[in-house]
Design a protein around this ligand. Structure first.
Ligand code: AHR
Length: 851
């Protein structure tokens, strides 16, 4: 916090020194534009990266039912791979797909182990004999051959990469046991810290019983350890059977039984999300149709819930089931959005599906789910809800018909579900899925009626600046848009300040188009840092700590300060006398799985050749960075396979110039990649001619050496680059624009996008005028806000600033709040500091405003 404040002061301080680039934002209060829906900022939970199991769901024992080495339904284990049964794929005209996925689970009892020392003899195995119940068919057989009073005979669970035991806190343990006639003793259960330190323990004198019995106790920790283990120690020889071992912190969010981890739940509640989308994502779809989730298996006693295999490669216990989800929505005052499967498994995976005949049954199942959530307490499923402790209806408001499905056939299913649900529950809002990208015209046109269409947007750094008009161009009035999943997740590390600036530009474009985009949710929400399944995730945690990435604070800030009514806003940037060239830096040559020759490289500045390759005389001028380049007297060649092979011209830097060269593709997948604005070996821009398997061309930016993101839109080449032919390439590198010519013809252009953006509107609750601005530049800006038609407004203002000293900065487990918003009092709205790499909300009091 302190550091941030200093950063900001640094920015302010700069204003006193040299003249700053400036912006004037004029807000015309007399010109209302789009309204912004209260539902705009929601959240989306999916069981990915252990977001629930070992995350939000507070259970501390991993693999509590000993079911996690079970092979999911609809697949077979073959040589370490899960291979779907050969059923037709939804899209492959009756043919099965050849998709398969690695089976990562190597132990029969993941997360459990034996610890035996001294003379003790103890052995474990899985058994399906006499199961506890049908949902947990396996149990652990523990055979204790010898007990050594001085040794250990322990069954240990490591939790989810540790168990966070806090001194003074209580933990509620439940487990089931039965024994063979030969086991006459009891067990000691304990939480153990480093080197076996006992943090809490309890002894059950006898567990001797031929039938399953439940054992419960409260373990209160006399000392803490953030990475403790749970241990069952056997004190008798003989055979014991153990199943469904569950340990919860007594303190859960709102004290709920079978509840949520408090710190993570509080982070979500603090976002004040309008709604919560659940349970996926791909999770809804399943790897096969047989293994897709079934809500009816996620309610009732936890030990009777069959798990669901998450497409992200692990079992979910369904402890965070449909009831807990609805309860959690109520607890955080969010509307519920339930996403259900329409009988189609993930098309990127097996794509197996239920035939038409099964659709009525699937519809009936969804109607049951709705009745469970909002039906009267005397209805069939409302009664079950009441029996589960919640007679009143839950806040279910939205249903999404499938996840990321698209196409005409999906549209037919959508129509069936839509009609049936609307007939019985006209008050519910139904959402159509649109595949993995933008609105899908083909899908849309085949649907009878679309209220809300769900577009997904995972984008590269800067995309939202270069495409800030994305939603401006949508047709109005036909449907509303829900951006169900969005994030900048390419070229931004694991979620840094650059990601947040790009996310902010995206959010600005949604808010500005509030008449069209009425709902959004960042994705994914959670990542257990021990098991990341997706490149960038909003909230990261381990078993003891958690932090919101900078984008977490951004989304929260945008929601805390959401305008209800947008105003016409015009931003004028003061032209700089002599702006610094943006692409200054070195030049380089690259390939990607392609064998290419380059030669006759020239850099021309103001009509003069300032560099001319002389490979015969000065081979050493070029330095291989990635891969082994071959520099002969006449050409620079890459002959190998491999991504991102790169060679650079050593120690030379240019600002505005013309780069000319010849290039020949000899074999491989793509064609030519020319680096410019090379800041260091890992950071540069590139013109890629022959991207997408020699079909397209595009400008790219590279960060961290391998992180490539498109900064322009991929454009079709007039024709693929021919093999064996020399081409002339020219790059005209200007101050903020680059033109790329192929054989003398303009192929593509790139202009650096405007990196200062602003929107404005009114929060009708407080009456404040909110001016939001992004300064994504590396230098501070002085900003003047001019209010038109707002009389006395402007005397009192505050600025909330989220900034970092550089684009690569991130929060972390060690410094969770390094970059969070700070509040600054504003004395003069005509002179506001927008620090480099910052997003700000300026709140301006308007004493004259009346609701
Ligand atoms: O958020 C991660 C995944 O991205 C979701 O499961 C899926 O809907 C999308 O493709």
């Amino acid at each position: 916090m302190k550091k941030l404040f200093l950063t900001l002061c640094g920015g302010l301080h700069l204003f006193g020194a040299a003249a700053q680039k400036a912006a004037t934002i004029t807000v015309d209060v007399a010109k209302p534009e789009a309204r912004v829906a209260k539902s705009l900022h929601g959240i989306f939970f999916e069981e990915i990266s252990h977001g629930g199991e070992g995350g939000l769901y507070a259970e501390l024992i991993q693999n509590r039912g000993f079911e996690e080495s079970r092979i999911p339904q609809g697949v077979q284990l073959k040589n370490g791979w899960l291979v779907p049964d050969p059923s037709p794929h939804w899209f492959l005209n009756g043919k099965p797909s050849d998709w398969r996925m690695p089976w990562e689970i190597k132990s029969d009892w993941p997360s459990w182990k034996l610890r035996s020392t001294g003379q003790s003899a103890i052995d474990i195995s899985l058994t399906q004999e006499k199961p506890l119940n049908a949902a947990t068919p396996r149990s652990l057989k523990v055979a204790v051959g010898k007990v050594d009073p001085a040794g250990k005979h322990e069954l240990v669970n490591e939790g989810f990469w540790g168990i966070n035991v806090v001194e003074g806190d209580a933990y509620l343990l439940n487990f089931y046991a039965r024994t063979g006639a030969d086991y006459k003793g009891g067990v000691t259960v304990s939480l153990q810290g480093k080197e076996g330190k006992i943090l809490a323990a309890n002894t059950f004198k006898s567990i001797s019983s031929g039938e399953w019995k439940k054992y419960s106790c409260k373990l209160t920790a006399t000392a803490g350890d953030p990475k403790a283990e749970f241990v069952i120690s056997f004190n008798n020889t003989g055979t014991a059977y153990i199943d469904f071992v569950s340990l919860f912190p007594e303190k859960t969010f709102k004290g709920r039984k079978n509840g949520m981890r408090e710190d993570l739940a509080v982070l979500l509640a603090d976002m004040k999300p309008a709604f919560l989308r659940w349970p996926g994502g791909c999770f809804v779809e399943g790897i096969t149709i047989e293994s897709a989730p079934n809500w009816k298996q996620s309610i009732g006693p936890v030990e009777k819930r069959e798990g669901t295999y998450s497409p992200w490669g692990y079992w979910a216990s369904n402890g965070f089931g449909y009831h807990e989800y609805l309860q959690f929505c109520e607890d955080i005052h969010a509307d519920a959005m339930y996403v259900f499967n329409v009988g189609i498994a993930c098309e990127m995976r097996s794509g197996t599906f239920e035939g038409e005949a099964k659709v009525p049954g699937l519809i009936a199942d969804v109607l049951d789910a709705i009745e469970y959530a909002i039906g009267p307490a005397n209805s069939k499923w409302g009664r079950v809800r009441a029996a589960n402790g919640h007679p009143k209806p839950f806040p279910l408001k939205y249903l999404e018909i499938g996840n990321e499905q698209h196409g005409v056939e999906y549209a037919k299913r959508y129509n069936q579900f839509y009609d049936a649900i609307k007939k019985k529950y006209p008050q519910l809002q139904l959402i159509a899925s649109m595949g993995i990208g933008d609105i899908n015209r083909n899908t849309l046109d085949s649907m009878h009626k679309v209220d809300i269409a769900d577009e997904h947007a995972y984008k590269a750094a800067w995309w939202s600046f270069t495409h800030n008009d994305h939603f401006d161009r949508y047709k109005r009035g036909a449907y509303e848009v829900y951006v169900g999943e969005y994030a900048t997740n390419n070229g931004v590390g694991a979620g840094n300040m650059l990601a947040s600036l790009s996310d902010a530009a995206y959010i600005f474009s949604m808010e500005r188009n509030g008449d069209l985009v009425t709902m959004s949710s960042y994705a994914p929400l959670f990542e257990n840092v021990n098991t990341r399944h997706w490149p960038v995730n909003l909230i990261n945690f381990d078993c003891a700590r958690a932090f919101g990435r900078i984008s977490y604070y951004l989304v929260k800030m945008m929601n805390d300060y959401r305008a209800d009514q947008n105003y016409a806003t015009n931003t004028v940037l003061t032209a700089e006398d002599n702006p610094a060239p943006l692409f200054n830096g070195g030049i380089g040559l690259a390939t990607w799985d392609t064998q290419t020759d380059y030669k006759d490289i020239q850099v021309i500045k103001d009509g003069k050749v300032v560099y001319q390759s002389d490979l015969a005389g000065k081979k050493g001028e070029w330095a291989s960075v990635i891969g082994k380049w071959n520099v002969t007297d006449s050409v620079i060649s890459m002959k190998d396979e491999g991504a991102q092979r790169f060679i650079t011209l050593k120690d030379q830097s240019f600002d505005t110039y013309t780069l000319k060269l010849k290039a020949r593709r000899n074999s491989g997948y793509n064609a030519f990649i020319i680096g410019f604005g090379v800041k260091d070996k890992e950071t540069m821009y590139r013109a890629h001619i022959g991207s997408w398997v020699n079909q397209n061309c595009v400008f790219e930016s590279v960060t961290n050496g391998f992180n490539v993101s498109d900064v322009s839109t991929q454009k079709r080449l007039p024709a693929p680059i021919e093999t064996g032919r020399w081409y002339d390439i020219t790059l005209e590198v200007g101050k903020d624009k680059v033109d790329c010519y192929l054989d003398g013809k303009l192929l593509m252009s790139y202009t650096e996008p405007n990196k200062f953006l602003a929107i404005a509107g009114r929060d009708e609750q407080s009456g404040d005028i909110l001016v939001k601005m992004i300064n994504a530049k590396s230098s501070a800006m002085e900003v003047a806000i001019e209010l038109k038609g707002a009389g006395a407004a402007g005397k009192e203002a505050q600025q909330l600033v989220l900034s970092a000293p550089g684009p690569n900065e991130e929060n972390s487990l060690e410094e969770p709040k390094k970059y969070i918003p700070v509040t600054v009092q504003i004395n003069n709205i005509n002179k506001i500091a927008a620090p480099p790499y910052s997003v700000s909300v300026v709140r301006i009091k308007d004493p004259a405003w009346k609701k």
